[in-house]
Design a protein around this ligand. Structure first.
Ligand code: GLP
Length: 244
């Protein structure tokens, strides 16, 4: 779906999320949301905060799982995805802290495999993700599933692509400061979501969007795996869709 602007598209996604939350509320159930970081979803989060402040949308029945976190990463570091989510969403809404899940970037290496399995199990134990929102990296990554990721991959420790680290270098004051690894939900984890929305804005994303939507399905561009799912919607602005 192509929208005239990022603002219009982000509002639509926020309304979609609010609908899920309210439908679940009406049934006395939890809404389980898979959340993403990066610049792309910020306007969606701004809209959700506004809906909380101005329309009384409550997040008390919401459980969230974030896609990924750098490794190693301290949660109180400015570049952590914990800090990102607090700044852009969690600090401004009434979600219960115990319902927030973000991969832990502080673990000892030998604990990570068990932790990742537990992360998957936790998602399953609350009924699975009702919705997963995604951005897309210029390598074609979703979450931090870089080129080479398998379609059935689970939550795991991965090595970041050089281009991904270059793209993150501004946040870290130089590529050398960007962690070389991350913990990410897998492609298989994302696929289990009942609904998936991938968002992309601006000219910068046009060529990777063309590959993701029209290119051959291949681990070289993990976002192409989304072509295999019936539950995916790409939400684009005109610039991101300009090469389709
Ligand atoms: C990071 C995140 C991804 C995100 C990507 C794109 O690598 N781990 O989930 O999709 O960046 O970032 P942006 O939205 O800033 O373009």
């Amino acid at each position: 779906k192509v929208f005239a602007s990022e603002d219009e598209a982000a509002l639509k996604v926020a309304q979609n999320i609010a609908n899920i939350i309210q439908k679940k509320q009406a049934k006395g159930e939890y809404a389980v949301l898979g959340l993403a970081t990066g610049a792309t979803p910020i306007e969606v989060y701004n809209n959700l905060v506004k809906m909380y402040q101005e329309q009384g949308l409550s997040f008390k029945n919401v459980i969230t799982f974030n896609l990924d976190e750098y490794y190693p990463m301290q949660p109180d570091s400015r570049q952590s995805y914990v800090a990102f989510m607090d700044e852009h969403l969690f600090n401004h809404i009434d979600i219960k802290r115990e319902n927030i899940h973000i991969p832990d970037g502080t673990l000892d290496k030998d604990k990570i495999a068990d932790y990742c399995l537990a992360y998957e199990n936790k998602i399953e134990s609350v009924g699975g993700l009702d919705l997963q929102i995604l951005g897309i990296g210029r390598t074609g990554h979703i979450g931090f599933n870089e080129p080479g990721s398998a379609p059935n991959s689970g939550t795991r420790l991965v090595t970041l692509d050089d281009l991904t680290r270059r793209d993150a270098s501004r946040d870290f004051g130089g590529k050398e400061n960007v962690p070389t690894k991350a913990i990410t939900m897998g492609v298989g984890t994302i696929f289990k979501a009942k609904e998936i929305i991938l968002m992309a804005w601006s000219k910068k994303k046009a060529s990777i969007i063309k590959k993701a939507v029209e290119g051959e399905i291949s681990g070289n561009v993990p976002a192409t795996y989304l072509q295999l799912s019936d539950n995916v919607t790409f939400i684009l602005d005109e610039e991101a869709a300009s090469e389709l």
